[in-house]
Design a protein around this ligand. Sequence first.
Ligand SMILES: C[S@@+](CC[C@H](N)C(=O)[O-])C[C@H]1O[C@@H](n2cnc3c(N)ncnc32)[C@H](O)[C@@H]1O
Length: 324
Amino acid sequence: MPRTDELTQARRGGNDEFYTQLADIEREVVHYRDHFRGKTVLCNCDDPRVSNFFHYFAYQFEALGLKRLITTCYKNQTPNLFSQHDCERAISLVYDGDKNGNRVPDPEEIGIHELQGDGDFRSAECIELLMQADIVVTNPPFSLFREYVKQLVDFNKKFLILGNVNALTTRDIFPLVMDNRIWLGASIHSGDRKFWVPDHYPLNASGCGIDEDGRRFIRVKGVRWYTNMDYRLRHDEIILFKHYTPDVYPTYDNFDAIEVSTVADIPCDYDGMMGVPITFLDKYNPDQFEIVGDDVSLGATKGRFYVNGRRLYSRLVIRRRKTA
Ligand SMILES: C[S@@+](CC[C@H](N)C(=O)[O-])C[C@H]1O[C@@H](n2cnc3c(N)ncnc32)[C@H](O)[C@@H]1O
């Protein structure tokens, strides 16, 4: 399993080299096809020669009806599979679609531009590219995730990006979740995901392995897509069948809401405030519920709710929306 320990190590050590599989991109983007028509897509943490994000959007350019695909890489200009950050300058690629009718992105159809700097998404020239984009799609560096999201929000961009579920309750991301300005994507709600890692990645790290093609991978838990583009499944109601009784659903010692320890147990007939696990966000339908806050933002003692003196895991507080 990996897991959080690898992610923690990645964050601390600045090791951000985890590479997304094509299948994970395909499974998610399919839910947003209408959003992409006529749009410029930017993948700004992606070495275009090896990124599956570039590969996917270049090959799906016509099917999605894209206007333009822009990709930038960080530091590396060498065509190795994995970024070694051995060059301070970077490149950007621009693809405006198939010109010769073979429906394949040929090298002569792709414009290559040397960047002045290292391709940092925060640099002025990368922000210039961000401003040209309608939708940003990538797996950004784990260690800079919150800063990355803030930039997308500040520039009012649509996005579809991979991150860890733990980011949901951070002080930068949670207010956006509460305001329905960011939510979880459609295709990943549990389990782990396989990412390619560089050859120097320690094989004895938990979850690390080598596939039949000799490529090193790691399985990462807690991965989620984060987006601000709507999709149909997000409006499916959570089917509820339990009924409220005060003995089954105790009220917190330190907040006026009832404890609901799993999403499936949310009572169908309770209109007050309810505390639910963070995993609620994997099923959250904003037409059915509103998010009132979480234990921290609602000022719970020591940041957690208690039931009969027992400290609980992190909780969101939700309330049913009134139906017309
Ligand atoms: C988790 S990896 C994902 C790579 C690629 N997007 C993918 O999904 O296959 C994050 C990438 O961000 C790059 N990166 C790190 N810091 C960056 C920065 N400040 N600006 C842009 N890219 C950065 C890393 O080199 C790394 O390749």
